[in-house]
Design a protein around this ligand. Structure first.
Ligand SMILES: [Ca+2]
Ligand SMILES: [Ca+2]
Length: 153
């Protein structure tokens, strides 16, 4: 009985304290926001950092549940930048928020490093692909919408 009361207090306290900046969406203990202006990867990183005072990063993804949430969240767009890249060391992917790479959801045959692709985006089906971070070879623009993430407070 006492345990139940303590658990109830703990749970209600946990959720009541999880709030997001205006315009951001809460999922579990983090806040997410989609920016629909299509930009190159570096500008997406800066766009996240400058969006609110907490200096968010591009979204990192750490579970199938979080991936499914994001897939639904960005479903209006075919391609959306997320925080994964291998700009530092080819083939070694890292998140812009420095969190561990403990979950991936690559599309079939990806990552393929096509045209020296180092920046990762989510497709409409929730899978991931590495693409050019910015225009290098003059074909289709790699500018994309992007999704940012910051911890709820
Ligand atoms: Ca690469
Ligand atoms: Ca690719």
């Amino acid at each position: 009985m006492l345990f139940s009361i303590l658990l109830a207090v703990f749970v209600s306290g946990t959720f009541s304290q999880s709030t997001c900046p205006s315009g951001w969406t809460l999922f579990q203990s983090n806040c997410y926001r989609l920016f629909d202006q299509k930009v190159y990867y570096y500008d997406a990183m800066v766009g996240c950092a400058n969006s609110v005072t907490a200096h968010p990063n591009l979204a990192s993804i750490h579970s199938a549940e979080e991936n499914t949430f994001l897939q639904t969240f960005v479903s209006a767009y075919d391609y959306v930048w997320i925080g994964l890249h291998d700009m530092t060391t080819e083939g070694t992917f890292q998140w812009t928020d420095a969190s561990p790479v403990n979950f991936t959801n690559w599309a079939g045959g990806q990552p393929d490093n096509l045209n020296d692709s180092d920046c990762v985006f989510m497709l409409r089906d929730g899978t991931w692909d590495d693409g050019e971070c910015e225009r290098k070879f003059g074909h289709t623009t790699p500018a994309k919408a992007y999704v940012c993430k910051t911890r709820a407070v």
